[in-house]
Design a protein around this ligand. Structure first.
Ligand SMILES: [Mn+2]
Length: 298
């Protein structure tokens, strides 16, 4: 990709552990981005108006004002980045920020209901307040983008639903509740469960997913929750789930999308540096960026 613009979104209020607030700055200051063979800038890191260092809140409705605020600011920043013909890469932060990232993209490109999204995650993130056991909003962003849940998250920048379910798919799912699965199945969202990825291989599934999100759309995005990877390889996440994707079976195939002009933005979330071991997750994050962003990866 050319002209990559990183935007940090240091959200933790969507999760039950809040250390993902530290993810973007940790990545930026680690120096690993200097090994990226691509022209990039770090535009800014957005913080909640109050962080978990400043106040203490339980997961649920009390966190919503802070989440709405950071998602709105993020959506504006992403839209502005696209307007100036840069490729936005959003670094989280917990996954609730997806609401802001994709609202910004879809608003700027005027692609409501006409935009594809690949959601790579151990979880479905498709709860509403009625079905969530944890009350944590990072379990709800995909539902919000599909038009379900808190109106303030459904209608960021413009009235939702922003995504049409037929242009959305999930890859790597293995930890979920019945309520969210029922919603996605009722809507007809395509789910590549971890079992199918293991049987067919990531390459086959990912190629099919890219075709699915490009078919009939005017662009697509990729949202990668690092907990999609196996906790042995990505221990630095908020909500690890065993039996995940293996980096060596995934990384070589991510480059399929490199240089694809239909790919409009990338998001990588849930990096929790406090839980990382031997910088494994940091280096994995770097490797994902290299495969997707660098030209002519061999
Ligand atoms: Mn997620």
């Amino acid at each position: 990709m050319e002209n990559v613009t990183f935007i940090g979104s240091a959200s933790g209020w969507g999760a039950q552990v809040r250390e993902t607030e530290k993810g973007p700055e940790y990545l930026q200051q680690s120096g690993v981005l200097n090994s990226l063979h691509v022209h990039w800038i770090w535009k800014e890191t957005l913080f909640p108006s109050k962080t978990s260092q400043q106040i203490s809140l339980p997961p649920g409705p009390l966190t919503l004002p802070y989440i709405e605020d950071i998602c709105l600011r993020l959506s504006s920043s992403v839209a502005e980045t696209l307007q100036s013909r840069q490729f936005p890469v959003v670094i989280g932060g917990d996954h609730v920020i997806a609401v802001g990232t994709w609202a910004g993209v879809i608003h700027q490109l005027k692609t409501k209901q006409n935009f594809g999204l690949i959601w790579i995650d151990a979880h479905m993130d498709a709860h509403t307040m009625e079905t969530t056991p944890s009350k944590a909003f990072h379990g709800m962003p995909l539902a919000a983008l599909l038009g379900f849940g808190e109106p303030s998250l459904v209608n960021v920048l413009e009235n939702g639903p922003l995504l049409n379910p037929k242009h959305v798919c999930l890859i790597g799912v293995r930890s979920y509740e019945e309520g969210e699965e029922n919603l996605l199945k009722r809507l007809g969202v395509h789910i590549y469960y971890m079992k199918e990825v293991q049987e067919r291989g990531f390459e086959s599934v990912f190629k099919e997913a890219v075709q699915l999100v490009k078919n009939g759309t005017r662009g697509y995005g990729i949202s990668i929750d690092l907990d999609a990877f196996d906790p042995d390889e990505a221990p630095g996440v908020g909500t690890p789930a065993p039996q995940g994707l293996q980096a060596q079976k995934v990384l070589p195939f991510l480059k399929i999308v490199q240089g694809d002009t239909q790919l409009k933005a990338l998001e990588i979330v849930e990096f929790n540096p406090d839980r990382d071991k031997d910088k494994k997750t940091l280096f994995l994050l770097r490797d994902v960026l290299k495969e997707i962003l660098e030209k002519d990866r061999g």
